[in-house]
Design a protein around this ligand. Structure first.
Ligand code: BV8
Ligand code: ZN
Length: 253
């Protein structure tokens, strides 16, 4: 792992990124922190302070108190709608326009897409979408459903079961197509750029190691230490909105 003078590390990491033909970018909640979106673990503040993610972001948590969990997601959706993509989202959207870079995110906030990124792999779903709790196949925009049905949670328009957020809860499988596409991108990447994730939640947290085992050089961007740092080729200690544009600039992208 290259340490030492941050400017030199940024320059070297930029060169490595600039020379890569295949890049996979893995983002976590930290990439949205400077858009004012609390990271997952910070999200449980205020009214939600006495709950754990494992309580609210699980099917059993939802089934035991559907209105409470629906309202937690609704509050997060409202905050996300009021937020704007930051310089990191915008720089990554430009990078992902090219054929060589594949954007993979754990985030459910849709900010990569709002910054203009088109081919985003969402490993954990999207908070803007609702789906049927009984998995009858219905899914649609949560806000539209709320406008049509004032009950909390609203009901599935197709079968009247409860509607739920279309996100991956703890204990749930990730969407197979998204997972397969993320794995495939990691298996062919020369560089794996990991931004704003604590790499605590599996299986997403294992993707950087998968890329590294297939020969990728890992570049970590995070203001704090992560379990990926020791095996990374470069660790850029700082925030995404500052370092991602600088890194992509140093890569000539
Ligand atoms: C599954 C959607 C199994 C919901 C999310 C014991 C050991 C190992 C694993 C497990 C275990 N017990 C259970 C498991 C599995 C579990 C898991 O990994 N648990 C963890 C807690 C140990 N995983 C699951 O349950 C997964 N499913 O395993 O299924 C299975 C198998 C077979 C058959 C059936 C089932 C599903 C996991 C998905 C959960 N859903 N999100 C929602 O959003 O409400 S996870 C959620 O938390 C996020 O999506 C993200 O992935 C994760 C972490 O979020 P945060 O902590 O907020 O963000 P992050 O980690 O990215 O940390 C923030 C980082 O940003 C920090 O590093 C910080 O330094 C940095 N940062 C801060 N500011 C900035 C910054 N970086 C840059 N710039 C800044 N300005
Ligand atoms: Zn239904």
């Amino acid at each position: 792992m290259a340490v030492g003078d941050p400017a030199r590390t940024l320059g070297a990491a930029g060169q490595t990124l600039g020379a890569a033909r295949r890049i996979v970018v893995l983002t976590g909640a930290g990439v949205s922190a400077e858009s004012g979106i609390a990271t997952f673990r910070d999200a449980l503040s205020g009214l939600w302070a006495n709950f754990s993610p494992q309580q609210l972001a699980t099917e059993e948590g939802f089934r035991s108190d559907p209105a409470l969990v629906w309202n937690w997601y609704k509050e997060r959706r409202i905050r996300i709608a009021a937020a704007r993509p930051n310089a990191a989202h915008e720089a990554l959207a430009r990078l992902a326009h090219g054929p060589r870079a594949q954007l993979v995110t754990q985030n459910v906030d849709g900010l990569h897409q709002r910054a203009g990124a088109s081919r985003v792999i969402e490993l954990h779903g999207n908070i803007g979408r609702a789906k049927c709790l009984a998995l009858c196949g219905w899914m649609g925009p949560a806000e539209t459903l709320e406008a049509q049905d004032a009950r909390v949670p609203p009901r599935c328009p197709a079968c009247s079961a409860l509607a739920r957020p279309d996100v991956v809860w703890f204990g749930e499988m990730l969407p197979q197509a998204a997972w397969d596409a993320a794995e495939a991108a990691c298996q062919v990447a020369q560089v794996c750029l990991v931004i704003g994730t604590s790499a605590q939640v599996y299986p997403a947290a294992g993707l950087a190691e998968l890329a590294r085992r297939h020969g990728a050089q890992v570049i970590v961007v995070n203001p704090e230490a992560t379990p990926l740092d020791d095996d990374a080729a470069y660790v850029l200690r700082g925030t995404a909105a500052h370092l991602v544009p600088a890194l992509l600039g140093a890569a000539g992208r």
